[in-house]
Design a protein around this ligand. Sequence first.
Ligand code: URA
Length: 222
Amino acid sequence: MSTQNPSPKAYITPPGVHVIDHPLVQHKLSLMRRKDASTNTFRTLLNELSMLMAYEITRDMPTQAIEIETPLETMTARVIDGKKLVLVSILRAGNGILEGMLSVVPGARVGHVGLYRDPHTLQPVEYYFKMPQDMQERDIVVVDPMLATGNSAIAAIDRLKQLQPKSIKFVCLLTCPEGVAALQKAHPEVPIFTAAVDRQLNEHGYILPGLGDAGDRIFGTQ
Ligand code: URA
């Protein structure tokens, strides 16, 4: 791993990148970054963070007016139609975000995209793709904890665009200037929601200071 850059240039978050800097989000993220956080702690915090992030990401979700009865009278009240929302997990680390988000938007549908990196071309190759029906009517939220090189996110969004959904958002926990630049170059209209933009990508494709391999930390595979 490289050493800390002694004079990091101030990074100005570009338009289209939403850093969710709520103190609760930042606190939980800091606890997750610690190398001594156990698998159980890491997973619990990721679950809680995903719920908090869902709150911000769904801020512009449309609502509809319905008639309800309170114990005292009838009123017109607003409700969301969670079924129009599809959470798309980029396997396998994306699954760590699903549970928290689904507890906030239980009506959402779920899709999965599996990609691996071809060792010769270094390009992502799709091995799994399963989505709900009627994607043209749906708003998609793609989830992956780490936006690092951006290759998986770009490939997943390339593929999802073929289904002509109403909208696509991308949600991660952590990214870096290189990941933001790559995704925005390929898909400039896709908003990025993140808890932090870290300093840099290293030569192995890891985010610094980062939190390590998100999949290994979620599933305890290292
Ligand atoms: N994937 C991870 O899990 N961590 C990184 O830092 C980069 C990609």
